[in-house]
Design a protein around this ligand. Sequence first.
Ligand code: ADE
Ligand code: ZN
Length: 336
Amino acid sequence: MNKLERFIREIPKAELHLHIEGSLEPELLFDLAGRNGLKLKYHSVDELKQAYSYGNLQDFLDIYYAGAVALREELDFYDLTLAYLRKARKQNIVHAEIFFDPQTHTSRGISFDTAISGILRGLEDGKRETGITGRLIMCFLRHLDESSAFETLESALPYKNHIVAVGLDSSEKGHPPSKFTRVFEKALAEGFLTVAHAGEEGPAEYIREALDLLKVSRIDHGYAAIDDPELLNRLIREKIALTMCPLSNQMLKVYPDLTLHPLKKMLDMGVKVTVNSDDPAYFGGYVNENFLSIAGALGLTREDILQLAVNSFEASFLDPEEKQRWIDAVLNYSLP
Ligand code: ADE
Ligand code: ZN
């Protein structure tokens, strides 16, 4: 292992863009299907892994929603969450802001309470075991309609103290942030922070809408801003972080060639860029593999890695004191 690789692996980091359903590893998927008496289309873990090849975001989403059917009981969501935290611990992730998609479950008859109770219990026991602090972000599926999002928001209100923000994910093209303006207005009025996937496959205009209409604190992905100097300046001026996911972009053909990824250009301009794993079980790597791939493709330096790690805490929803404590730990970090 060279020095930069060790630095990447060992420096403390926060993960800000992780779909818990996307951390369902094929082995666990098979276990859960078995104990829930479900028959899968695939006969083995290897056969399932063969299917993990995508031409675009929708190809992936079809497989991701199909995989989520294995999650049925509270214990399944608990096991899923704990498994992610154990993986994250090994990568020196010390804080994780985790998305979950309630509609992926409620639409097939699994209650909101079943899903969130398992995840929250996983976060609690996981914190005790790994030390990782967790925050939960509830995402609305943008391919569904406004009334379904309102219904989901209503189900979340009793859990207000356990959900830091609401987000927007799923099929981007044709489903602009403006479709959910009123839902996000209500969420903001209820005290939730907001984030949204924008500019992954969709245009820069969706990033503007997320900022202007949904009042987001961060943009998930945000690559489309690279061709829009005015928007780039705004992201820098307003210190809006982008949660980027290089292996996801490679696998979903957003940037099939990672040497063309805009991460380094944006970082050098002063955009608050972060590195995350999105759906690690489906894209071949957790946070450190994402760092290593993009560092290799773009020739990132130790200073770049340090900045990305600092950004991960600055852009987090931790309290100011906790943020500062981790930023100091990152800045003072030196390899033994
Ligand atoms: N849901 C899970 N991963 C996603 C991604 N990368 N984009 C949109 N929705 C998602
Ligand atoms: Zn995502």
